[in-house]
Structure formats: C-alpha cells, structure tokens
Design a protein around this ligand. Structure first.
Ligand code: NAD
Length: 357
C-alpha cells in the first residue's frame, strides 16, 4: 500500500512524524506500508518554487492515500494567490477530485474538562461534519478586487451545480446510514439562491434514503445549536464555507483543535488525511503540538482508503489508552495529568499499540 507523506510546514512535520511512527509500529512485519515523503506548501515553494511541485502531485496521484500535515508560512500573503502555500492544498484537492471532507468531532470522556463548554453540554458529543470541498465561494468565478468609481470593490461568487450538491448529499446520506441514521443539511436557503438549490437537491436525493431522518437548519441556527445542544447532531452536511466555519467551532466542543482528524475523499477509495488544524507557527519547532489529530487522521486513512478497519480501531484504542493513563500535551492539559511533548505523546501511543498487539 502506497502512502504519500506530505508533511508541509510549521507543526505539520512534527505531528506527521508521530503518525509515521505509529503506522510503522502498527505495520511491523505484517503490513506493507510504503511511505514516501514530498514537499508541499511553503516547503514546496522553498524546494521547487511552487506550493505544489509536479513531483509531489505525481506521487500523490499514484498513491493509495495521502497523509498530509499542514501548510502555511511567510508567503501566506503573497499578492499572487497561486504561489501561496495554501494554494498547494487547494490545487491537490481539486486535481484528485477530493470533494467530500469528513470531519468527526468526538468527545473523549477523559477530556471532558478540557472543553470550554460545560460537561453536561458536551458529554456524549459524537458527530460527523461533512463539508463539500470543491465548490462554493472558494472556487466560484468571477472573483477579485477591482475599482468602481474610484473605490475598491471585492467580489466572490457562491456557485454550486446540482451535480456537485447531489454527490455530497449522497455521501452524507451514506455516512448517516453507517451511523445513527440522522442527517442535518445546513444552508442559508432563506437568503441565497444557491442555497435554495442546495436544499432542493438534498431533498430530492433524500427520497432515495427513506431510512435516514433528514432535517434542515440555516447556518445561523446551526451555529447556535452546535453550542447549545451539540449532542442532537449525528451527521451534518454542508457547503465549503459553512463547513469550514462549523467544523472549527465543533473543535472547541472536543477540547482542542489538536484532537480533530479529517479525511477528504473523492469518488473512489483514494483519500487525503489531515489534522483539521493549520501549521500553527506560534508553537512550531517547540515540541508542544498535539499529534493526536494527525494520528487519528492516520486511523481514518486505514479505515477509508486502505480497507483496514480493525487496524484503525487499534490506533484509536491506543489513543484512548494513553489519554486514560493521563498523558496530555499542553493544549489539553488539566490538573492531575502528566504534561508531555509531541514526540513523547507519539512514543506513548506507539508503545500502547505494541502492548495491545
Ligand atoms: P492553526 O490551526 O494553525 O492554529 C490555531 C491555534 O490553534 C493556534 O493557537 C495554534 O497554536 C493552535 N493549534 C493548532 N494546532 C495545534 C496542535 N496540534 N496542538 C496544539 N495547538 C494547536 O490556525 P491559524 O493560526 O489560523 O493558521 C496558521 C497557518 O496555518 C496559516 O498559514 C494558515 O493559512 C494555515 N492553515 C493551514 C491549514 C491546512 O493546512 N489545512 C488549515 C488551517 C490553517
């Protein structure tokens, strides 16, 4: 099984190294996981002048799965958007048609005190946010800033075709079938025509899934409900922009953005697996980043792309074991726990895997 390891920038390489460690321990002599690294983001710019070097795109395209770290750095604000580190990831998602972004937000009971919300609100949170990844304001044309009557005007275009909506809706209904059978579609159909179409198409697709309970919320109400009663959600399906925002808000339910994995899937089994967080330049190079989001992303990779659900369970169990033993990185630290760094957390999770084996 071929895995492209694109660690990227900032804390990306630090946390991805822990995932690689865990995967190597898991594989031992039993699984043939071929992991090959390549630069992307600022690292791509530094190595090859562009955020997504051709060789990196080729490696990713030929791999069964991509283990991704994070991108972002000093060239974030370059006037030419295509040369910014983040453009590497956007281009990669588009090139591999990775249109469905799965972001589970699960509260580990051991971390209940690390959430900024009260325990009685977050206890039992276990939801999946499914975000469309290839359309919406981030890709719609026309876009840009131009002059009108001597003043600057900014334009972005919210655009979705019915096929784009239908394919993410199907993914949402299927995900709900594999969980508690509830799908909530989030839109803004009371104001935006694009979102009226979103709602119509989701309802049309829904007729093919009578076993799934479909509900709809406007994005403003959904944001409120996410904080007020998050346990009501099973699967949320939404567009690129609303999903971007909602999933970061959901991060806070679970205690830290350093705990949240994600998978970006295309039409087949190939996927890109990455922590939800960015390159966190404020903590990069200090060995304090939480590697659990990356390690849980590896577990998603085992389950979604490599067809190894039992191995995925093992990794997730090892994470729970280490949390139950009281080890914490600084972002999830609580009284009575033991503070560890990035590498030590990775070592402990790998060791927990070995003990379990
Ligand atoms: P960020 O996720 O990098 O950081 C937000 C906050 O969370 C920071 O305080 C950071 O220290 C903390 N944090 C993030 N990951 C953590 C971890 N694993 N352990 C502990 N604390 C963690 O978001 P940002 O600060 O808005 O962006 C920084 C850079 O990352 C920017 O260049 C941005 O463009 C980029 N970014 C990249 C991705 C991606 O690669 N997919 C996603 C988001 C942001």
């Amino acid at each position: 099984m071929k895995i492209a390891v694109l660690a990227g920038d900032g804390i990306g390489p630090e946390v991805t190294a822990q995932s690689v460690k865990v995967l190597r321990t898991l594989a031992g002599n039993r699984l043939d996981l071929q992991m090959t690294s390549a630069p992307i983001g600022q690292a791509g710019v530094d190595a090859d002048g562009v955020p997504l070097p051709d060789a990196t795109l080729k490696l990713a395209g030929e791999s069964d799965a991509i283990l991704f770290g994070s991108v972002g750095g000093p060239t974030d604000e370059l006037p030419d958007r295509k040369k910014r580190p983040g453009a590497g990831l956007l281009k990669l998602r588009k090139a591999l048609t990775l249109f469905a972004n799965y972001r589970p937000a699960v509260l580990f009971e051991e971390l209940i005190g690390a959430s900024t919300l009260r325990p009685e609100i977050v206890r039992g949170v276990d939801m999946l946010i499914l975000r469309e990844l290839n359309g919406d304001l981030y890709f719609g044309e026309p876009r840009g800033v131009h002059m009108e009557d001597g003043k600057r005007v900014g334009i972005n275009t919210m655009r979705y075709s019915e096929d784009e909506i239908a394919r993410i809706a199907h993914a949402g209904f299927k995900a709900a079938q594999g969980r508690r059978g509830k799908l909530c579609s989030v839109d803004k159909s009371n104001v935006l025509e694009t979102m009226q179409l979103w709602r119509e198409v989701v309802m049309e697709v829904g007729r093919e899934y009578p076993d799934v309970e479909l509900s709809h919320l406007y994005i403003d109400a959904a944001s409120m409900m996410l904080i007020r009663k998050p346990t009501q959600f099973d699967v949320i399906v939404t567009g690129n922009v609303f999903g971007d925002i909602l999933s970061d808000a959901a991060a806070m339910l679970t205690g830290s953005i350093g705990m949240l994995p994600s998978a970006s899937m295309g039409p087949g089994t190939q996927g890109l697996f990455e922590p939800v967080h960015g390159s966190a330049p404020d903590i990069a190079g200090k060995d304090i980043a939480n590697p659990i989001a990356s390690i849980l992303s590896s577990a998603m990779m085992l389950r979604y792309s490599l067809g190894l659900p039992e191995e995925a369970d093992k990794v997730e169990r090892a994470v729970r074991t280490v949390l139950a033993a009281g080890l914490r990185t600084v972002d999830i630290q609580q009284p009575g726990t033991r503070l560890v760094g990035t590498a030590e957390m990775g070592d402990a999770i790998a060791a927990a895997l070995e003990i379990a084996a």
